[in-house]
Design a protein around this ligand. Structure first.
Ligand code: PRX
Length: 648
């Protein structure tokens, strides 16, 4: 068995969960009395306006309801209740790409959120249940806008700033948003860039529901203003009152939508609830990062992704912590930027993605040595499997060999952490997410629902509902059922399929092996191969295309496309076509889905019923030998032709 890394005993004395026995006790309690376990936490951690009368309603599974009948407000939970004890404490520390800084106290956050809430309500007529799209860079106004929506009961849908106009439009249309909140632009790699023109382009078609666009002037760029539709945020917000009563929300009222990729082309609007989501955000923030009153916590995620929602905004603020928001990239002005910030702000918990760790290891291995990183107590990773080499560099060079790494497995759909070490309780092992959190029941099973033996890959499933789980796919409950719940049942209850493969070790620790569906993970960004394929298929000369993920040293996976042309002679060089294909991807999805390489092939390997054999294509892209039986293919010779072309 591999060696484990044990938590520091002195640090563990002050931790919330102090050792593995305490962890085991919590698991036992949650197993014996599942609802009682969550009930106690909900009573302790949430500031209820009105108590709930039922912990869990399973009568319409898998459409679960948690804390039925309770009333609360997420912005009250994140701000108002801290005002007595923490009004002058920093809630958000912001650093811009160019080094500009803002420290926003809880009192100031209260006023800024209230003013923004009043602006949405009074000036733009946003009501409870209306959808507001937030398409912003990493600036405090993004978090303030989210909390302002929560305050008045509007449902926010944050769209990552790296998505194209087309992708933004799809999300606006699907959610039928009333207002878009955006910025003129922001800074990246030290230079200004524009965001607002993409909003103009998105709204140029099919977005009749959007009546107003509110624009934060981040870099005072010269942008086009549409009279009657576009409004400058700063000018208007100053006229609003800094007091706004929080709307009484039902536990199950949606807090937000967040679009994510699935196996088919259309992104899914993952719908989260108010109470269950807030509870799990709060408790995982406390237990997994072990944040204490005077700590400074930093997640480098973007608010456009679920990590930014749960672990930059709702989780840290719910527990009254100080959360850092950083606008920029890790390599500007050099690969020491993050380490410099850790030293300057004396960061205690640092949470990032394996792809960034690999990039910084590769481009700036000596940078960490230039800074004092001794304030760090807990390190975290999320978003994709981390390889042992990157894990060890992170552990030794960033954590100085003394900080536990919490390798947190979870998803947009799970709302918060699911499988992760508790930093001062769980002995850790490089590249393993270790054990499920107490109250989370995860199991690795085969296609027939049998538990997998040690060392064999299976499907990672969650066998009981949990408070922060996805409630439905916006506007498509059938797709929700079909995407996540098959026929398998455990104790008569539907089983949630994560779409990930995983494996047990001898200790029962779980290692995630990656997606088993047609979703790929490029630099921690989740992309559906079907989305990329439908973009590429828009090229005039493309007859057929199949996209797969290919292992990449830094990005984890890169996008690789097999393309069949309508007329084989239309392109002399694959590189020419690659450029054109990437132009289309850029405008349909965004640069994050950029294709790294393509090959033009004469045909794709298909079964006699016409199904593309993606497993073969994945194996070829990885450079593996083809050992699978290909005799059932419509034309087995296709495979050798593709392999020959690939090796050329
Ligand atoms: O494949 C898993 C991977 O990221 C997917 C979820 O992506 P998304 O919904 O964008 O959320 C990312 C942030 C939570 C999962 O299905 N993933 C996430 N965390 C890990 C991971 N893979 C391995 N190890 C992890 N710690």
């Amino acid at each position: 068995m591999e060696e484990l890394y044990y938590p520091n005993r002195t640090e563990a004395k002050n931790a919330r969960v102090k050792n593995i026995c305490e962890y085991n006790e919590l698991v036992a309690r949650a197993t014996e009395d599942f609802e009682g376990y969550w009930d106690q936490l909900a009573k302790e951690k949430i500031s209820w306006f009105k108590p709930y009368n039922q912990v869990l309603d399973e009568s319409n599974a898998p459409f679960y309801k948690w804390f039925v009948g309770g009333k609360l407000n997420a912005s009250y939970q994140c701000i108002d209740r801290h005002l007595d004890s923490r009004k002058n404490k920093a809630a958000i520390i912001f650093e811009g790409e160019l080094g500009d800084k803002q420290i926003i106290t809880y009192r100031e956050l209260y006023h800024r959120v209230n003013k923004t809430a009043n602006l949405l309500k009074n000036r733009f007529g946003v009501k409870k249940g209306d959808r507001v799209v937030i398409y912003m860079p990493m600036i405090p106004e993004a978090a303030i806008s989210m909390l302002a929506c929560a305050r008045i009961g509007a449902i926010h849908s944050v769209v990552f700033g790296g998505f194209s106009a087309e992708a933004l439009r799809d999300r606006i249309v699907d959610a039928e948003a009333k207002v878009v909140m955006t910025a003129d632009g922001a800074y990246r790699r030290g230079k200004p860039y524009l965001l607002k023109p993409l909003v103009d382009e998105a709204l140029s078609q099919k977005c009749e529901t959007v009546k107003s666009v509110i624009i934060v002037e981040r870099n005072k760029s010269d942008i086009k203003w549409v009279a009657g539709r576009d409004f400058a945020y700063a000018e208007l917000v100053e006229n609003e009152s800094p007091f706004c009563e929080p709307e009484e929300m039902d536990s199950e009222d949606p807090l937000f939508l967040l679009y994510t990729s699935g196996s088919t082309g259309k992104p899914k609007g993952v719908q989260h609830s108010t109470a269950g989501y807030m509870l799990h955000a709060h408790t995982t923030m406390e237990n997994v990062f072990d944040v204490r009153e005077n700590d400074t916590y930093w997640s480098t995620a973007d608010v456009g992704w679920i990590t930014g929602h749960t672990y930059i905004v709702y989780g840290p603020l719910s527990m009254g912590a100080t959360t850092i928001m950083f606008e920029g990239v890790p390599v500007y002005p050099d690969a020491g930027r993050w380490w410099k910030m850790i030293e300057e702000y004396q960061v205690n918990q640092f949470y990032t993605a394996p792809t960034a760790i690999r990039l910084l290891h590769k481009t700036g291995a000596n940078e960490p040595k230039k800074y004092n990183l001794s304030s760090l107590r807990v390190l975290g990773t999320v978003g994709e499997p981390i390889n042992p080499e990157a894990w060890l560099w992170y552990y030794n060079e960033i954590g100085g060999g003394k900080c536990p790494i919490v390798d947190t497995w979870w998803q947009t759909e799970t709302g918060g952490h699911m499988i992760t070490p508790l930093p001062f309780a769980t002995p850790i092992k490089p590249a393993s997410a270790t054990l499920p959190l107490p109250g989370i029941f995860a199991e690795i099973i085969d296609e027939n629902g049998n538990k997998m033996p040690v060392g064999e890959k299976g499907l990672l499933c969650i066998t009981k509902p949990w408070p922060s789980m996805i409630r439905t796919i916006w506007g498509d409950p059938e797709r929700y059922k079909k995407s996540y719940f098959g026929d398998a049942k455990k104790d008569g209850k539907p089983v949630y399929f994560s779409g990930d493969g995983a494996m047990y070790d001898e200790r029962g620790y779980i290692t995630i092996t990656g997606r088993v569906d047609d979703v790929i993970n490029v630099s921690g960004h989740r992309l559906g191969t079907a989305e990329i394929e439908s973009a590429i298929a828009k090229h005039l000369h493309v007859a057929e295309v199949a996209v797969v993920g290919r292992p990449d040293e830094i990005k984890g996976e890169s996008v690789f496309a097999y393309i069949v042309l309508k007329n084989e002679d239309s392109f002399g060089e694959d590189v020419e076509l690659l450029k054109e294909v990437n132009k289309i991807i850029n405008s349909e999805i965004g640069a994050l889905a950029k294709c790294d390489s393509i090959i033009i092939v004469s045909a794709l390997p298909k079964t006699r019923s016409g199904k593309i054999m993606r497993r073969l294509l994945r194996a070829i892209a990885k450079g593996e030998n083809i050992t699978q039986d290909i005799s059932t293919l419509e034309d087995p010779a296709v495979v050798q032709r593709i392999v020959d072309k690939f090796n050329k």
